[in-house]
Design a protein. Sequence first.
Lengths: 200, 200
Amino acid sequence: MRPLHPKNKEEILAIAIPLFAGSGYNGVSMRTIAKNVGLSAAALYHHFPDKQTLYLSAMAKAFVDKADSLDKILSSSATPEKRLAQFITRLCELVHKDKDFSVLIQREMMDGNKSRLQLLATEIYHDLFQGVTELCQDLDPQHDPYLLAISIIGLVMYHSQTAAIRPYLLHSKKQHSDPQVIAQHVTQLVLQGLKTSPAE
Amino acid sequence: MRPLHPKNKEEILAIAIPLFAGSGYNGVSMRTIAKNVGLSAAALYHHFPDKQTLYLSAMAKAFVDKADSLDKILSSSATPEKRLAQFITRLCELVHKDKDFSVLIQREMMDGNKSRLQLLATEIYHDLFQGVTELCQDLDPQHDPYLLAISIIGLVMYHSQTAAIRPYLLHSKKQHSDPQVIAQHVTQLVLQGLKTSPAE
DNA sequence: TATAATTAACTTAACGTTTGTTAATGTCAT
DNA sequence: ATGACATTAACAAACGTTAAGTTAATTATA
């Protein structure tokens, strides 16, 4: 029987992405993906030559267009402080809306071999990191822009990645998962640290 | 033949820990562990009833005594600022010396099911997080201590976790992996943000 | 103190299952 | 009729795990 709704690659990848994000490469079998898609495992090989290619395609799809909107903010003509605030807010929204994004990046950084890390660095991180580094130099030439760039990105990412364990920690409140609340906290931390107001 | 140097559980776990850190639970087979230890796979079942138990034992060993030295700093009588600086420095040293530590925690946060997350939260994070939260309240009651605690821990952890991809990023220098450099950067960022000096 | 029983620490061989993957085949729109 | 998209069946390899056997040290017994 010919299927009523033949699956294309994009549909398969859209289903595979959260699976890989949730259980990692080794934790997701071709049969698991197939079952979720509504196909036999063998049918997947009509769309992808092997599992590795399917996985890399899923990664590419998960990352595409993510960096673009951030790059626009970074290269705008606003003041450095405003660019920083906008960038942090946008990144917070992004990782909140697409929860697989930061998890997949994190998994790649831990699991990836050299060539995959290089791919991640050039394809995803290069422009983004370059932009943040330049922003950091505009913000304060005194600081090491490299360390500062990692700190800014890391702050946002870490708040997103700890979401799973948060319910089991004390004093956890709903607002702590609100991207706007996190964005405001991170922005203030980066710009002013703990000194709530210089006027005090 | 009875072996000349019989392996005990601790030896097996010491070898299993970096394997699990490097490839995750599903990425490490009993046969792989056995080969690295110098035993047959079946011999591992003489020491541990199953893979899950071996893994959880490895996690316990990797985490034990890690939180203790940090708790001491947090409960000292120094000023909040000094306690913060000491805590960050100690945590930086710790994740730099034992690179498996933060990776294993990160993997648990991503892979762990509910019961394992709860275990991680109560066994590892509870006292530590509680201490950092209280320190944050001492530092500045204005800030949300919960968000600030995650930010502080996250800053240190993220610098450690991005070590693998760092060689593939531009402007990377050796000093950016130096725990003392990172500690100083993070401390200054938390205390003062970008404002290099109020006297300027 | 000599000897028998027990135990700790392994081995090889095999089990049933799951894995990624392929082969052979079928169905339907163009 | 051809080609795109699917199926079921099967493959070899790797998986976690178990069974049975071997050896040497320890412990109990006479």
